[in-house]
Design a protein. Structure first.
Length: 174
């Protein structure tokens, strides 16, 4: 059973945080192992499994990046790590930003740092603005394969930007 089915909500890239939390708490109470201590071993194992499923579902569905990855995997568009392709023009943009970050490691310059942050933020905002309507419109329909491919590209690009952001954050204390 997938997490969306378990929570009885439609597959979606967008979620209502309050609704997810409400469902999580409801299921946490329903499947809490302490309420089943007098039951047989089989029932206790079943409840423990459901409690674990509830925790994993909430952790995944309440985090937008994890939810996106999970949904792309469910829909069969996200390949194994290292098997997905990224457009060459995007990789060139990333290479430019990475070069600037490497230069900062050897010789920190506040102006160059700010420029790298600005480039990355601009790229991130541009990518999101292109995919936001697709994320909002996704309803789990089979005819949305092209949209899912665009969302997959966004997800993969976003991961590159996250790594750059992590590298840039090393300089935040300087």
């Amino acid at each position: 059973m997938d997490y969306f089915e378990f929570y009885e909500i439609p597959r979606s890239f967008q979620s209502d945080a309050g609704e997810l939390r409400r469902i999580f708490l409801q299921k946490s109470k329903k499947y809490h192992p302490d309420f089943y201590t007098l039951e047989g071993e089989a029932k206790q194992a079943e409840v423990l499994e459901l409690s674990t499923l509830n925790n994993e579902a909430y952790k995944t569905l309440s985090d937008s990046d994890k939810r996106m990855k999970y949904l792309l995997e469910l829909e069969g568009v996200l390949s194994e790590e290292g098997q997905n392709s990224i457009p060459q023009d995007f990789l060139m943009d990333i290479m430019d930003i990475n070069e600037a970050v490497m230069e900062l490691e050897f010789d920190f310059d506040k102006t160059a740092y700010d420029k790298a942050i600005q480039q990355m933020e601009s790229l991130d905002n541009n990518l999101y603005s292109q995919v936001a309507p697709l994320l909002d419109q996704y309803q789990g329909q089979a005819d949305q394969k092209a949209s899912l491919e665009q969302i997959k590209d966004y997800y993969l690009k976003k991961r590159y930007l996250l790594r750059i952001r992590e590298n840039l954050n090393k300089f935040a204390t300087l």
